[in-house]
Design a protein around this ligand. Structure first.
Ligand SMILES: Nc1ncnc2c1ncn2[C@@H]1O[C@H](COP(=O)(O)OP(=O)(O)OP(=O)(O)O)[C@@H](O)[C@H]1O
Ligand SMILES: [Mg+2]
Length: 247
C-alpha cells in the first residue's frame, strides 16, 4: 500500500548533536500510527520536520505522492498536514470559538470567494460544530488563556481539525492531563473519522496501545523498532530503549 506520508532518510543536526539520523517513516491513509521513545529521542523534531517548522539537513518528505520537502508550514497545512504542539499553542486573549474560527478561516477563504460576513460565518459554523463534537460548547466564549491545561489541549486539537486535515500530527496530547481527561481524549481520538490519519507522539503507552495500529520507536535520533502494539510491547529492544526512562 502506498504511503500517505513518507519521510525518507531524514537527518537533523543541532550543532554537534544528531537529533535525527536517516529516519524513515511511512504513514498510510487513515492509519493510527504512534511515535514513541525516551526523552530526547527526536520525536518532536520529526513532527517539526513533517510540519515544516524544522528544515532537515538531509531527507525528503512526500505527501500524497508529491515531494513537499520545500513547502513551508502554511503550504503543508493547505495540503492537509496539521499539528498540535508539545506545549499547546493557542491565542490566549481570543475565546475558544474564536481560536477555532481563526484556524478554520484559511480553508473557508479558499472554498468561497471572500465576503466578510459569508466567510467568517462559515468559519464560525465550523468552529461551533467542532466545539460541539468535542463536548466543549460550554467553553465557547471563554478566553483560551483562562482555560485549564487539559481544555487548552483539546482546543488545540479542535484547531488542528478545523483545517480538515488528512494527517493530524499530535505531540503528547495526554501530557499533563488527569486520568479522566486522558479517558476523554482517548474517546475523542477514537471517534475521529477514518479519513484522518493520525501520527501520535505520546509517552502514555496505554493510550498508544489502545488507539494505534502501528508503532515506531525512536531512540537517539534513530528508528530502533516498528511494528504492531503487541510486537512493540513485548520487544526486548524497546524495553532497552526505554531503560533510560521517560519523564
Ligand atoms: N532547537 C534546538 N536546539 C538544539 N537542540 C535541540 C533543539 N530542539 C531539540 N534539540 C535536541 O534534540 C534532541 C531531540 O529533541 P526532541 O525534542 O525532538 O526529543 P523528544 O523525543 O521530543 O523528547 P521529549 O520526549 O522529551 O519531548 C534532544 O537532545 C534535544 O535536546
Ligand atoms: Mg518532544
Amino acid at each position: 500500500m502506498n504511503c500517505l506520508l513518507s519521510a525518507e532518510k531524514i537527518s537533523v543536526r543541532y550543532g554537534s548533536l544528531a537529533a535525527l539520523t536517516d529516519v524513515d517513516l511511512c504513514v498510510h491513509d487513515g492509519q493510527r500510527h504512534a511515535l514513541i521513545g525516551p526523552n530526547g529521542a527526536g520525536k518532536t523534531t520529526l513532527l517539526s520536520v513533517l510540519g515544516a517548522t524544522t528544515r532537515p539537513q538531509r531527507g525528503t518528505v512526500r505527501f500524497v505522492g508529491r515531494d513537499v520537502s520545500r513547502l513551508g508550514p502554511a503550504a503543508r497545512a493547505r495540503r492537509g498536514i496539521n499539528r498540535t504542539h508539545q506545549r499547546p499553542a493557542v491565542f490566549a486573549t481570543l475565546t475558544a470559538i474564536e481560536n477555532i474560527e481563526v484556524a478554520a478561516l484559511p480553508r473557508t477563504i479558499r472554498r468561497r470567494r471572500w465576503s466578510p460576513g459569508g466567510t467568517r460565518g462559515a468559519a464560525r459554523r465550523t468552529a461551533a460544530e467542532l466545539l460541539d463534537q468535542l463536548g466543549l460548547s460550554d467553553l465557547a466564549t471563554v478566553p483560551a488563556g483562562h482555560l485549564a491545561h487539559g481544555q487548552r489541549r483539546q482546543l488545540e486539537i479542535a484547531m488542528a481539525l478545523a483545517g480538515r486535515p488528512r494527517l493530524l500530527l499530535l505531540d503528547e496530547p495526554a501530557a499533563g492531563l488527569s486520568a479522566t481527561e486522558v479517558g476523554r481524549l482517548a474517546e475523542l481520538l477514537a471517534a475521529l473519522p477514518r479519513q484522518v490519519a493520525v501520527l501520535l507522539v505520546e509517552h502514555h503507552l496505554d493510550l498508544v496501545y489502545a488507539l494505534c495500529d502501528t508503532v515506531t520507536v525512536l531512540r537517539d535520533g534513530r528508528t530502533v523498532a516498528a511494528g504492531t502494539p503487541d510486537e512493540i510491547r513485548t520487544s526486548p529492544l524497546v524495553r532497552r530503549a526505554y531503560a533510560d526512562g521517560v519523564s
